[in-house]
Design a protein around this ligand. Structure first.
Ligand SMILES: *Cc1c(COP(=O)(O)O)cnc(C)c1O
Length: 416
């Protein structure tokens, strides 16, 4: 399959994974347990032979999705979880210990930031740095630093991390390099190309793509040498060392913590993944058109979109993401236009949280998803009170632009 293109591989790889009766979709395996007619075989599976035991550690349905995610990410070994946060919780708590130091981007998903508070209570030290400039991360490295974490395009500020620079830094210092690829997805960017050790995707976003199932994944790219990592338990130092990290996450994270993806959700996410490239191309071209429209509109003070030449990391984004810039826009309206009034006048755009749907979504960021963290942290994360976060969908471009135009017109009429 390797010689085929991205979408061809996603569409056809199930058929090569011994699907029953020639079914084109991987069946939804609902069984909680897997039986063996030979007790020795049962024991062998418990002791590491490939196979299924209890569905908390995976089913043939989640297994098929994991192989699809690995194919999308350009290789490696993947695990799926019930949500993206389930994947991140499993990752951080099973690879890091009290006394370890984690360096993270300061521009991260709000719930990841909140999870960091929990890690700090468990004794893990965290330094937040500006990921657009690798020198900040370099300066933060200490003898107990174990891991560097960043997102690709930040939400909602759209800062683009120096993904290549951070990769080189981690390689030089033998640090585990984790990239949250959710907002680019493997269609725009494969973090293994910049040396990522582990890649996280919220499957709830672009990969599933239809806002009808939650899921998360972790992919070990195979690039990190786990013999360099001090926190692998002896029991998982079996077989080739490339597998040690993901085995520890599977056993201590997925199995013991239990954020397992259901077979039903895995099926929906796998079907959604078939059209990832089509959706994200359309989303990117819609978002680009809207960003251009908004950036010259008199009622708009500021637009953040990596596709705009005015974006501070535009050139980096163009090189890394192949000239497509995904779904996220940050918009601040001109003085005198109330962002809530404006949002209320949108007719097609849905006022809801979530990103990476087929539908265009909008919300006032500071008062919703970033409300709990308070003003000081919002300031550090660059989230202004009037910031509107948009996640662009696949509607016809003219309908989208017209919806924004009519909402601006109504606001101006009211102000006049
Ligand atoms: C949504 C999101 C997550 C969390 O994923 P869930 O599936 O909602 O738990 C993590 N990182 C980023 C960048 C996200 O957008």
């Amino acid at each position: 399959m390797a010689k085929h293109g991205f979408t061809t591989r996603i569409l056809h790889n199930d058929r090569h994974l011994s699907v029953e009766h020639g079914a084109v979709h991987k069946p939804i395996h609902t069984s909680s347990q897997y039986a063996y007619s030979d007790a020795r075989e049962l024991a062998a599976v418990f002791q590491g032979k490939a196979g299924y035991t209890y569905a908390r550690q995976g089913t043939p349905t989640t297994d098929a999705l994991e192989k699809k995610v690995s194919a999308m990410e350009g290789g490696g070994t993947s695990l799926t979880f019930s949500t993206g946060m389930g994947a991140l919780s499993a990752l951080f708590t099973t690879l890091l210990r009290a006394g370890d130091h984690l360096i993270s981007s300061q521009f991260i998903f709000g719930n990841t930031n909140s999870l960091f508070g929990t890690l700090e209570h468990l004794g893990i030290e965290i330094t937040l740095v500006d990921p657009t400039d690798v020198s900040a991360a370099a300066a933060a490295i200490k003898p107990n630093t174990r891991m560097v974490f960043t997102e690709t395009i930040a939400n909602p500020g759209t800062q683009v991390a120096d993904l290549e620079g951070l990769g080189r830094l981690c390689a030089e210092h033998k640090l585990v390099y984790v990239v949250d690829n959710t907002l680019t997805s493997p269609w725009l960017f494969q973090p293994r190309t910049v040396g990522a050790s582990l890649v996280m995707n919220s499957l709830s976003k672009h990969i599933g793509g239809h806002a009808n199932a939650l899921g998360g994944s972790l992919t070990d790219t195979g690039l990190y040498d786990w013999t360099q990592f001090p926190n692998i338990l002896d029991v998982y130092k079996k077989g080739p060392s490339v597998g040690w990290g993901i085995t520890q996450i599977k056993k201590k994270g997925l199995r013991d913590m239990g954020a397992t993806l259901s077979a039903d959700a895995a099926h929906r996410l796998a079907v959604g993944a078939e059209t990832l490239s089509l959706r994200l191309d359309k989303i990117s071209s819609n978002a680009m058109a809207l960003a251009k429209f908004l950036s010259t509109h008199p009622s708009v003070a500021r637009v953040s979109y990596p596709g705009l030449e005015s974006h501070p990391q535009h050139e980096r984004a163009r090189k890394l993401f192949g000239g497509k810039y995904s779904n996220l826009l940050g918009v601040e309206l001109a003085e005198g236009i109330d962002s809530f009034d404006f949002l209320n006048r949108l007719q097609i755009v849905i006022l809801a949280t979530h990103v990476g749907d087929t539908r265009t979504l909008a919300l006032p960021a500071a008062q919703t998803i970033y409300y709990e963290m308070g003003p000081a942290l919002r300031k550090q994360m660059g989230i202004a009170d009037g910031l509107i976060r948009l996640s662009i969908g696949i509607e016809e471009q003219e309908d989208l632009l017209a919806d924004f135009a009519q909402a601006f017109e109504q606001c101006q009429t009211k102000a006049a």
